[in-house]
Write a protein that binds this ligand. Structure first.
Ligand code: APR
Ligand code: MG
Ligand code: MG
Length: 197
């Protein structure tokens, strides 16, 4: 296992730790940008209250609810729909290395999930998130789709990656795009390189 990473069960054994769960929701799509560039997949992130990009989710107290129940509760607040997330959707758990988390006496463990949905369900989430979600305009300023293409000029995924992200959300995004084959390794490398220019 990579450093800082631990299994879901090991993570739950730490009673002194704080826990946060976040999820990448995505779907396939046949829609095309400008009527010609295939979008291929819809991947959802959010603009947070602190101006950083991140995934929907939040703090969970495992003494009161399972990690997945807590994540679904956070999704109801942030997206307006209680999208069910299960143990099968769990991808990784790791200790947070962000300065704010390490200044607290209790370590923060970040649990990350990925859930594939139908395009119609993703569109419903987008609608609910900007209308009935209780956190809309407060903790969540808006949901955004991740552009998965990179233009010759560098626009697209590379521009997206040059924004600021909360915690390890940027690497969670890149790792997921690779693992799920949503973007080819060559295109990811190109996007990362031009995002750092
Ligand atoms: N990857 C890694 N870490 C993340 C991610 C992510 N994608 N998103 C958030 N975090 C970390 C941050 O350190 C964050 O403070 O997990 C913590 C909790 O996640 P939030 O989604 O911010 O928590 P939420 O329960 O939704 O509450 C929103 O209210 O109490 C305040 O400031 C507190 O950030 C908290 C906010
Ligand atoms: Mg929240
Ligand atoms: Mg949150």
């Amino acid at each position: 296992m990579a450093s800082g990473q631990l299994s879901r069960d090991e993570a739950l054994e730490c009673s002194q730790c704080r826990h946060a769960c976040h999820v990448m929701l995505y779907s396939n799509t046949a829609s095309k940008l400008f009527g010609k560039i295939p979008i291929r997949h819809i991947v959802l992130m959010q603009m947070r209250f602190d101006g950083l990009l991140g995934f929907p989710g939040g703090f969970v107290d495992p003494s009161e609810e399972t990690l997945e129940e807590g994540l679904t509760r956070e999704l109801l607040e942030e997206l307006g729909i209680a999208v069910p997330v299960s143990i099968e959707d769990h991808v990784e758990s790791r200790f947070s290395t962000s300065p704010s988390a390490s200044s607290s006496s209790n370590k923060l463990i970040l649990h990350f999930y990925v859930k594939k949905m139908e395009e119609e369900q993703i569109r419903e989430v987008e609608k609910a998130a900007s209308s009935i979600a209780s956190d809309h305009g407060l903790e969540v300023l808006g949901m955004v789709r991740v552009p998965l293409y990179t233009f010759e000029s560098g626009g697209g995924l590379s521009c997206f990656l040059s924004h600021s992200f909360i915690g390890n959300a940027r690497s969670q995004l890149i790792d997921s795009l690779l693992r799920l084959h949503l973007v080819s390794p060559k295109d990811i490398r190109r996007a990362i390189q031009s995002s750092q220019r």
